[in-house]
Design a binder for this molecule. Structure first.
Ligand code: E4P
Length: 217
C-alpha cells in the first residue's frame, strides 16, 4: 500500500518526505484554511518537496461543473504532478468527465458509499477518496466501505485507485492495507504514531546499556 500525507503543512510534509515513506500529498479546503496561506503559494511549495501526485481541491464555494472545470484546469497548470480534487456531486461528476478526458487526473472526494465510488470511476476518476474516520464517527464501520470498493474495483478491473482518507489512527492504516486500499492518506501525527513500539524503545535502551557496560560511551 502506498502512502500519501494528508496535510497542507509544509513542515510536516518535509518531515514525512525525509523519512522516505510518502509518495504523494492530499489537501482539502479545511487543511489549506488551517495554514492561512494562499492556495497557489502553498501548493507550489509542496510540489518542490514531494515528487508525486499532489491533490489540490477546487474552491469549496465552487459548486457548478463549469466553475470546477475552469478551476481544475488552472490547478493542473501549477505542476505536472497536480491532481484535481472534486467533490462527489452530480456537477462534480460532470467536471470529472471533462477534466479526465483532457488528461487531467481527478481525485473524487467525499465518497461515503460504494455506489458513489462506482459512479466516480465510470466518470473517469484516477482516484476515489472514501472517508473512513467520518463514517466511524457516525457509528458506521468505514472499513467496510474500503473493502467493498476494493472488491468491486477488482471484479470489474477499474484502474481507479482507492485513496483511504479520513484516516485517524494506526489501526485504521493496518485495516486499510488489509481491506485492499491502494493508498492511505494520513496526517503526520499518525505516521509518527506508526513508528512507535514500546519494545523497540526498550530494545534500543538495552542495546545501549549493554554496549556502554563493556565499551563505555
Ligand atoms: C483527504 O482527502 C480528506 O480530505 C481527509 O482525509 C479528511 O480527514 P478528516 O475526516 O479527518 O477531516
Amino acid at each position: 500500500m502506498k502512502f500519501f500525507i494528508d496535510t497542507a503543512n509544509v513542515e510536516d510534509i518535509r518531515k514525512a518526505n525525509d523519512m522516505g515513506v510518502i509518495c504523494g500529498v492530499t489537501t482539502n479546503p479545511s487543511l489549506i484554511a488551517k495554514e492561512g496561506r494562499d492556495f497557489n503559494e502553498v501548493i507550489k511549495e509542496i510540489t518542490t518537496i514531494v515528487d508525486g501526485p499532489i491533490s489540490g481541491e477546487v474552491k469549496a464555494t465552487t459548486v457548478d461543473a463549469e466553475g470546477m472545470i475552469a478551476e481544475g484546469r488552472e490547478i493542473a497548470k501549477i505542476h505536472p504532478n497536480m491532481v484535481v480534487k472534486i467533490p462527489m456531486t452530480v456537477e462534480g461528476l460532470k467536471a470529472t468527465k471533462v477534466l479526465s478526458s483532457e488528461g487531467i487526473p481527478v481525485n473524487v472526494t467525499l465518497i461515503f458509499s460504494a455506489n458513489q465510488a462506482i459512479l466516480a470511476a465510470n466518470a473517469g476518476a484516477a482516484y476515489v477518496s472514501p472517508f473512513l474516520g467520518r463514517l466511524d464517527d457516525i457509528n458506521t464501520p468505514g472499513i467496510d466501505l474500503i473493502r467493498n470498493i476494493s472488491e468491486i474495483f477488482d471484479i470489474y478491473g477499474y484502474d481507479t485507485e482507492i485513496i483511504a482518507a479520513s484516516v485517524r489512527n494506526p489501526i485504521h492504516v493496518t485495516d486499510c492495507a488489509l481491506a485492499g486500499a491502494d493508498i492511505a492518506t494520513v496526517p503526520y501525527k499518525v505516521i509518527e504514531q506508526m513508528t512507535k513500539h514500546p519494545l523497540t524503545d526498550q530494545g534500543i535502551e538495552k542495546f545501549q546499556a549493554d554496549y556502554k557496560a563493556v565499551f563505555g560511551e
